[in-house]
Design a protein around this ligand. Structure first.
Ligand code: C2E
Ligand code: MG
Ligand code: MG
Length: 764
């Protein structure tokens, strides 16, 4: 075990440090410099020794053998000389050092043997020369092989062993003393070589480490120089720019015109030239605690992004600030666009739903009570959009947004477009009165006619507004939004073009309405609980029933009979009116076929059923199903059906008229009572609203209205029906005013058909 360890140590002494490529290469280089003097000394000394023995020793020893040894030396020298310029790889270096070891051993053995072989042929002086030659050779060789420890050890070991062995064996005291001398000096030399070798190794390693460091620094420098990010560093003491990379230089060139200095002057200049407030910048740069620091700077039309980080030494001390920067003008513009797109409505430029919602939440958090929310919905916008195209629709929305903006141009008011024709307004710190006043002025502003480019038609729309106020601090934005929605619904239900302030009862009403709609839908789907009643219309002169008006009745499963004035608007708003209209037409026509007096059947048609090309097909369907003559059918429309000039309602009426179906104008006198409407379509009948008829007895103005309409009817050759005749007095009055037909409780209340009479009776 111990012996093995020792052997290993010895082997290490003579081995080549293959694992340290830089060291073997350095050893080779150092050796190649000392090789010529070493061989020179060896060759010259050996010939000197040979000369001393030339006459006494045999020739083969003095000349031939030595010549052979010298030849080896010369060959070695030439081979080293030749390779001195070749690129030295670590493998090659190892190979050469191994050869050096081999030749060192061979030559040491060769020269020792040769010199000692001369010994017997010389006198005492010549013999001393042998000893001297060997001593000089060993020291000379050791010195020249100082960088290659293995070779130096081999030479010293071989020659010193041969020397001591040989001269001690002579028994000569002088030679024995010399041997001791040589042994001691060789040991000293060995120690020197050991230390020298160690230092050399350390030096080479330090050198290669330094080289590696330099090349790493160089590599890093190149990387920073070439990286596509503009970098510069600043001396924290002077605030002068002490380094800028290539990208920085190129970037500076791009904005040179905007800077007080030229791009080639940047290096060495003070960083102050880039800042409007240099003191502030210096304060940031001087203290690493402020870093990293990010800034976006506007420089003329360009936007720069600047990131300043602290560069620190390995011990953590602050070396200085490093600035990475770039021109981000396009990116900033794109960001602005994205922000704009994400937060604002592209058409109107108003806050979009998300932004509005955020602002509302912020306001409620900040403000709590006192936040008012107005929901604006345009009445009739869908019609414009559907009938005149989206471009016109968009132009209209822009104008609407403009008008809202003008009215809301105050601090603390935010306007948003929630989508479609829905706008919202947020008022901070507003009373109910202030919110209502704004809503009132908006309703007024939005109803004024719009002039849309490329379309010479006058566009009339109105706006309904729902207002909700946050009375409590803990109110949720969600609740406020829901309340504004309910108030809007109420505003629309109350006749459009109005505003309503939310009240808890509204919520209840809406819920009731929603429930009613759902029940009505079921009733229509199952055709359950829906009945058509008929009320006679009588000719004043003959007393004959000329027609019967079909009036829908609904028996609600829980509430009992529900009046049409309550559920017809629900049907109109929910789109159920088409189905309801078809049901009444079908049933009325089927019923009228069985009437023996040949009276007509009058069916009410809602404005929502007009202008959509659905009326004529459903009439044709009902007529075909029942077999009723078209002449025996009459449709009643109110004036509001004619108001909508966007849709071709009159066209619809015309096509019905062409079938031979009569068309009556219902409830005339209420609403617009425009004579222009009477002229717009050749009505067969005008029905004067019951309210005038009933009041005509006591109020001369109402009587006058009845008279005017009756006269007009006469002049136009149109039948005039007085509705709501309940008493004899009413009848006398309308006869006097000149009406031709009457309808009212006086002649008969609306009643079910004979078939359904018993069914209805059971329900009452
Ligand atoms: P309208 O078309 O003007 O119908 C006449 C209304 O006056 C009916 O009310 C009728 O019952 C009522 N009436 C008739 N004579 C008198 C009277 O002497 N005194 C009083 N106070 N009222 C009288 P009803 O049936 O409640 O219908 C109300 C409205 O509902 C109708 O007014 C009509 O606009 C609408 N309506 C009814 N049925 C239908 C329908 O099937 N389709 C559509 N679209 N609307 C309908
Ligand atoms: Mg009617
Ligand atoms: Mg009527």
């Amino acid at each position: 075990m111990h012996f093995g360890f020792f052997l290993n140590k010895v082997r290490t002494l003579f081995s080549i440090p293959e694992d340290q490529p830089d060291l073997v290469k350095a050893q080779c280089v150092a050796l190649s410099n000392l090789m010529p003097p070493m061989y020179f000394v060896l060759v010259a000394n050996s010939w000197g020794l040979s000369a001393s023995f030339y006459h006494t020793a045999p020739r083969w020893l003095t000349v031939y053998f030595l010549a052979a040894l010298n030849t080896i030396c010369v060959i070695r020298l030439i081979s080293w000389w030749k390779q001195r310029k070749a690129i030295l790889t670590p493998e090659k270096a190892v190979r050469r050092l191994r050869q050096t070891n081999k030749f060192a051993a061979i030559l040491a053995v060769g020269f020792s043997w040769w010199a000692l072989s001369l010994y017997p042929y010389g006198n005492a002086y010549a013999r001393s020369l042998v000893a001297f030659f060997l001593a000089m050779t060993v020291f000379g060789a050791i010195f020249c092989l100082v960088h290659v420890r293995s070779a130096a050890l081999l030479v010293a070991g071989i020659i010193t062993t041969a020397f001591i062995g040989f001269f001690v064996a002579t028994g000569n005291r002088v030679f024995i003393a010399m041997s001791i001398n040589i042994a001691l000096v060789t040991i000293t030399f060995m120690i020197v070589i050991w230390i020298q070798n160690h230092d050399f190794k350390r030096m080479i390693l330090a050198q290669s480490e330094a080289l590696a460091l330099i090349s790493e620094q160089d590599r890093l420098m190149r990387m920073i120089d070439d990286m596509p990010v503009a970098v510069m560093t600043v001396d924290p003491a002077t605030f002068n720019i002490n380094y800028i990379n290539e990208t920085s230089k190129r970037t500076f060139k791009q904005i040179e015109d905007l800077l007080p200095i030229k791009s080639h002057e940047v290096l060495g200049s003070s960083i102050d030239v880039f800042h409007r407030h240099p003191e502030y910048q210096r304060k940031i740069l001087s203290n690493p605690a402020n870093l990293p620091h990010y800034a976006r700077i506007q420089l003329g039309p360009e936007v720069l992004d600047l990131q300043i980080s602290a560069v620190r030494a390995t011990d953590g001390s602050y070396i200085g600030p490093m600035l990475t920067w770039s021109i981000v003008t396009q990116q900033a513009e794109a960001e602005r666009r994205i922000r704009q797109l994400a937060h604002y409505d592209t058409l109107t430029g108003l806050a979009n739903r998300t932004t509005f919602r955020e602002k509302l939440e912020e306001s409620m958090k900040r403000q709590g009570a006192g936040t008012s929310l107005l929901f604006v919905d345009l009445d009739g916008f869908k019609l414009v959009n559907d009938s005149r195209g989206h471009l016109v629709g968009d132009a209209l929305l822009k104008q609407v947004a403009g008008r809202i903006r003008t009215k809301c141009n105050q601090n603390g008011i935010v306007v948003g477009r929630l989508g479609g024709d829905e706008f919202a307004i947020l008022m901070e710190d507003a009373t109910t009165e202030q919110a209502a006043a704004l809503a009132g002025s908006l309703v007024e502003a939005l109803v004024a006619p719009y002039n849309l480019e490329g379309d010479d038609r006058r566009t009339l729309i109105s706006a309904s507004i729902g207002i909700a106020l946050s009375p409590k601090n803990d109110e949720e934005a969600e609740t406020l939004l829901a309340h504004a929605d309910i108030a809007l619904y109420a505003a629309k239900a109350s006749g459009k073009g109005r505003y309503r302030v939310f009240s808890p009862e509204m919520e209840q009403r809406i819920q009731d309405r929603v429930r009613l709609e759902s029940k009505l839908r079921t009733a229509l789907e199952e055709e359950d609980g829906l009945f058509v009643f008929y009320q006679p219309i009588v000719d004043i002169r003959t007393g004959r029933v000329t027609a019967r008006e079909a009036l829908i009745r609904w028996h609600h499963p829980e509430r009992g009979w529900v009046a049409p004035v309550e559920f017809i608007p629900v049907a109109e708003q929910s789109g159920l009116i088409d189905k309801l209209g078809r049901l009444v037409l079908r049933r009325a026509c089927c019923e009228a076929v069985s009437w023996s007096d040949g009276a007509r059947v009058a069916v009410n048609v809602s404005p929502g059923q007009l202008g959509r090309d659905i009326l004529q097909p459903s009439i044709l369907e009902a007529l075909a199903l029942s077999g009723l003559e078209p002449d025996r059918l009459e449709v009643e429309v109110t004036e509001s059906a004619l108001l909508n000039d966007e849709l071709d309602c009159i066209g619809d009426l015309r096509s019905v008229h062409e079938l031979g179906v009569h068309v009556a104008l219902d409830d005339f006198g209420t609403g617009f009572s425009s004579l222009a409407h009477i002229r717009a379509f050749p009505f067969d009948k005008i029905k004067i609203d019951g309210s005038f008829v009933r009041d005509a007895v006591d109020r001369p103005d109402c009587a006058a209205v009845v008279k005017v309409i009756a006269d007009l009817g006469k002049r136009l050759g149109v039948t005039t029906v007085a509705e709501g005749v309940e008493t004899e007095a009413h009848l006398e009055c309308v006869i006097e005013e000149g009406c031709t037909e009457v309808q009212g409780y006086y002649f008969g209340r609306p009643a079910p058909s004979e078939n359904e009479a018993s069914l209805v009776r059971d329900l009452v």
